[in-house]
Each structure stands twice: as C-alpha cells, then as structure tokens.
Design a protein around this ligand. Structure first.
Ligand code: MLT
Length: 401
C-alpha cells in the first residue's frame, strides 16, 4: 500500500482560519437573524482602486487581439512589474534592489510556505510565538519539525512583544513585521540586532513584510534591507493583498538578493536567487498577466494616492477599535502600524472562551490568540479590515461585555 506523508498527521486537525469559520457558521445557522461583525480573518473589504480597475479592463481587452494576447509569462514575473517594484518600493528608499532580485507570485502565503523547498530539511527553525500559522505548518509538513527542530520565541506583553534572540542556534528565522497577529513592530535598531545575529551565526532570516504599507512610525523599517548587511542574510516577502486589496485578485513578490548564499552538503556556497529561480520555473507558471498589470497600476501617481487612502481608512478603523476596546476596560496592543489589534482577554479567560463571549454577547467574530501559538493564549486578534460603520457598531456592542 502506498504511504502518505505522515508529517501531515502532526498538524492541528484544521487550519486556524478554517476552524474559526466553522465556528462562526455554526453559530450563524443556530441564530439565523443575527448580524455578525466579522473581525476574524484578515481579509480586506474595500473595492480595488480605480487605477487598478482601469488597468484590469485594459489588460482584459488586450487578451482579445492577436497582437496583444498573452500566453505563459516569465515565471519570475513581467519586467514591467519587477521594475516598478524595484524603483518604487526599494530604490526610492535608497535600497539597492534590482528587478532580477524580485520574483512575482500569487501570494506571500504561497511564497512563505514554498521557500522551504530550497532549504535543507536538517535546518533548525526559529519562530516567534504567536506566529502566522503558515510558517509553522509548512515546516511541519516538510518534516523539518521532526526532531524538535523548531525553537519558539515567545512574544508577550512581558517582553513588549519583542522576541529574545534564539538560544538553539537556528538556521532559519521567520520574522513578520509589522507583526501578524500582534500588530506590533520592531524598530530599526531592534531589527539590526537580528541582522547582526544572522550574520554572526550563519542564519537566514525569512522576513515577511506583508503589512509594510500600514507603517506610520518613522523608526519602523519598511524593509529589512534598510539594515546594512541584510542582503547577505535575508529574503523578504511582500504582498499586494493588504497593501492594495488583492486578497481575491492575488499578486505578491519575494526578494532574493544576489548576495545571499547558502552552503551545500559539500561546503560550496550556492546562490539562493538561482535556487529560487530554479524552483519557481519548475513548479510555477507565473502570476496572471491581469493581476500583474493590476499590481503595476498601484505605482502610478493616481494609484499611489488611491491605495494610501484605503490604507488610511483601515488605520482609522484600527484607531476606533483600539479606543473602543480600551473604553470597554480591555488592554490592547498593535493597531498603530498594522491592521491588527491584539487584545488581552479579561480576568485570565482563555482565548477560545473569550472568542465565544465576543461572538455570543456582542456578535463580533475575532480570532483566538492561542490559534497562533501557545504564547497567544489569553489574547484574541481583531482586524480593522471591515467598514467604518461596522467598527463603530462593534465598539457600541462592546458595552454588552
Ligand atoms: C490573517 O488573517 O492572518 C491573514 O488573512 C491570513 C493570510 O494573509 O493568509
């Protein structure tokens, strides 16, 4: 009989957001008239920017003519997009990233999940706790977690959500800042410590900056490459999902600098840029032309303005939620440089019980903190991606707690 990948049996029974959705749906079907305010999964609700819509229409029309029709594109992404990213997201900030170091994909979830393909299964891994479950689950799936190879770095109110440097000498370190789920940040000098750690320990940092567009504080870096030497030790993941509302459209990118090298079994130094290119050209046929033209449009003058208006809309929601939660007597973190608010449950109530209380008393759906890891126990996460009106209503409903 054929064998399955037994590593899958080591995972939680279902993916966190599927579990949350199941609970909400069950509650809804038992209480049909109830309007639930959805602040669970971090999914955007504002329509795409007009510039993006225009670009999509144009790209669709191009598919109707022999002259402009597109079949397979480059697996790495179209040059028009990698160039726009290099110029606008990096070079304009004084960071030397070239289009050849940028790989377009259909999402940061896929890229952060797939990157392990080019890294040894014997590598030790460090994850912050709580953590975006994709990093943990994909390492478990691949078997990298088999010999307790994962070190968890607790991030709680006690350490101001700043992880201590690892003790187990990990080879791969996942950092997500602004952080999902806590909504907290690392300052430039705090991130510098991680880059220096990676340099001195021969580690690779997998830096997820999917929420970079929400940064409002000057001392919070937008890219790990703002830190000197980071190009030799870090891969950066970015996404148009939260930046420009592409959760349905799908487009993201990963930066693998040319300087970044890892060791092979025989001790030679190998370019990760070449390995990722090899991996992508074998397993991926590129993000669609339509989504890449749509992504390009956010870098036009109009596009930039429109996208930043939407970000500000969500940030205003976050601020309303923070204030409302505080008024309701709760302790909150995040929500200033991120669309997530991390809420301490009252009276030591566990995450799932408080999830139920919020759902049944206030008809607000959140995500239980413990779903992101054991250090998330005693917290829940709310997202600011809903409408302004729903955020105000949610604040009113908090008085029912
Ligand atoms: C979240 O809610 O954490 C995100 O929506 C998940 C994701 O981006 O995949």
């Amino acid at each position: 009989m054929f064998r399955i990948n037994d590593n899958f049996l080591k995972l939680n029974q279902s993916y966190l957001f599927s579990q949350v959705a199941k609970k909400i749906n069950a509650y809804k079907s038992n209480n049909p008239g109830v309007e639930i305010i959805r602040m669970g999964i971090g999914d955007v609700t504002r329509p795409l920017a007009p510039s993006v819509i225009d670009a999509l229409h144009k790209a669709v029309d191009e598919q109707a003519s022999f002259d402009t029709f597109c079949g397979y594109g480059p697996e790495q992404g179209y040059r028009f997009l990698t160039e726009a990213i290099a110029i606008n997201d990096y070079q304009s900030r004084g960071i030397d990233i070239s289009p050849e170091e940028i790989f377009i994909s259909d999402g940061a979830k896929s890229d952060t999940g797939n990157i392990g393909d080019i890294l040894s299964l014997s590598n030790k891994v460090a994850l912050t706790d709580p953590v975006y479950p994709v990093y943990r689950d994909t390492n478990i799936m691949s078997g990298r977690a088999s010999d307790n190879n994962i070190e968890l770095l607790p991030c709680t109110a006690d350490n101001n959500f700043v992880p201590a440097l690892p003790e187990s000498n990990p080879d791969m370190i996942y950092l997500c800042y602004p952080n999902n789920p806590t909504g907290t940040t690392l300052t430039r000098s705090q991130l510098k410590e991680w880059v220096e750690y990676a340099q001195s320990h021969g580690a690779l940092i997998l830096f997820d900056s999917a929420y970079e567009a929400f940064i409002t504080n000057d001392d919070v870096p937008h890219s790990i490459y703002e830190i000197e030497g980071a190009k030799e030790v870090a891969i950066e993941f970015r996404s148009f999902s939260k930046t420009a509302g592409f959760t349905g459209l799908r487009c993201a990118y990963t930066v693998v600098p040319k300087e970044l090298k890892g060791e092979s079994a025989n001790g030679s130094l190998i370019s990760l840029n070449e390995l990722w290119n090899r991996r992508q050209s074998t397993k991926f046929n590129g993000a669609s032309y339509l989504s890449q033209r749509a992504a390009e449009a956010i870098y036009s003058e109009e596009g930039k303005k429109q996208v930043s208006e939407t970000i500000n809309y969500y940030l205003r929601n976050a601020s309303i939620l923070r204030d409302g939660l505080k008024k309701a007597g709760l302790t909150v973190y995040g929500g200033i440089n991120a669309p997530y608010i991390w809420v301490k449950t009252p009276d030591g109530i566990d995450s799932w019980t408080f999830f139920d209380i919020l759902l049944t008393r206030c008809n607000i759906a959140c995500t239980p903190g413990v779903g992101f890891g054991s250090a998330g126990e005693g917290y829940v996460r709310l997202t600011a991606f809903g409408s302004y009106e729903d955020c105000q209503l949610a604040v009113e409903r908090l008085s029912l707690l």
